[in-house]
Design a binder for this molecule. Structure first.
Ligand SMILES: [Zn+2]
Length: 211
C-alpha cells in the first residue's frame, strides 16, 4: 500500500515515487523517464530574494529612464516604456497599448512581488494563504507574459530605424534586458515541489497554533 502523503508523481509520466529528503545540491530524478522530480538547491530562498530585489530595481529603472532615443534632422526624441503605450493609445491602437502595459508593467511587477512574498513566507513561516494564492496564479499567468517578444520587437525596430535616424539606446533598454534575465533566473531557481512542501508546512504550523 502506497502512503500518498509522502508520495510524489512524476510530472511527465505519472510514475509514483516515495518522497525522500536529499542532500543539498542534489537532484531527485524519475526512475522511469529520468525527468527531474525536485532539487535541493543551496540557499534557494535567499537567492530568489536577492534576484527579485535586483529585478524590482531593474523594473523601476526600466520605467523611469528612456528606452530609446531618436535623433533626426537636429531633433531628438526620447521614448519611455509607458510613453510608448500612451502614444499607441493616442493613435487608436488600444489593444497594442494594453498589451504593452500588461507585458512590461503589470505581469513583471506581479511576478516579482509574488516571488518575493512566496520566498519570505516560506523562509519565515508566515501565514501562507496569500503566498499559496500568488504561487498558483503566477504559474497560471506565466505563459501569457511576453517580455522576451517585446524585447525582440525593440531589437527589430532598432535595426530597421537605424537607416532612417540615429538611434540612442537608453538606460531602460539595458535594465530591461537585465530584468528579463533576472526574472528567468529567479523563477527557475524556485523549485515548485520544494516550495509547495514549505508552504504546506507553514499551513500545518498555523493550524497547530490556532487549534
Ligand atoms: Zn517520469
Amino acid at each position: 500500500m502506497i502512503d500518498v502523503s509522502s508520495s510524489i508523481a512524476c510530472p511527465e509520466c505519472g510514475q509514483l515515487h516515495r518522497y525522500q529528503p536529499i542532500a543539498q545540491g542534489k537532484t531527485a530524478m524519475c526512475k522511469r523517464c529520468g525527468s527531474v522530480l525536485y532539487r535541493n538547491r543551496k540557499h534557494m530562498l535567499e537567492s530568489v530574494l536577492a534576484l527579485t530585489t535586483a529585478g524590482l530595481l531593474l523594473f523601476f529603472l526600466s520605467n523611469l529612464f528612456p528606452l530609446l532615443g531618436l535623433r533626426a534632422q537636429g531633433v531628438e526624441q526620447d521614448l519611455l516604456l509607458f510613453g510608448a503605450s500612451v502614444a499607441f493609445w493616442g493613435q487608436g491602437y488600444h489593444l497594442l497599448a494594453g498589451l504593452i502595459v500588461l507585458n512590461t508593467i503589470v505581469f513583471p511587477l506581479f511576478e516579482l512581488v509574488s516571488l518575493m512574498i512566496i520566498s519570505l513566507t516560506a523562509k519565515y513561516g508566515w501565514k501562507p494563504g496569500l503566498a499559496i494564492f500568488l504561487f498558483r496564479w503566477m504559474r497560471e499567468i506565466k505563459p501569457w507574459g511576453m517580455l522576451e517578444v517585446f524585447m525582440l520587437g525593440i531589437l527589430v525596430s532598432v535595426v530597421k530605424l537605424g537607416d532612417l535616424a540615429t538611434l540612442i539606446v537608453g538606460t531602460a533598454f539595458w535594465s530591461f534586458a537585465g530584468l528579463i534575465l533576472t526574472m528567468a533566473a529567479a523563477s527557475s531557481m524556485l523549485e515548485p515541489f520544494v516550495v509547495w512542501r514549505m508552504l504546506g508546512h507553514c499551513k500545518e504550523r498555523q493550524h497547530a497554533v490556532t487549534t
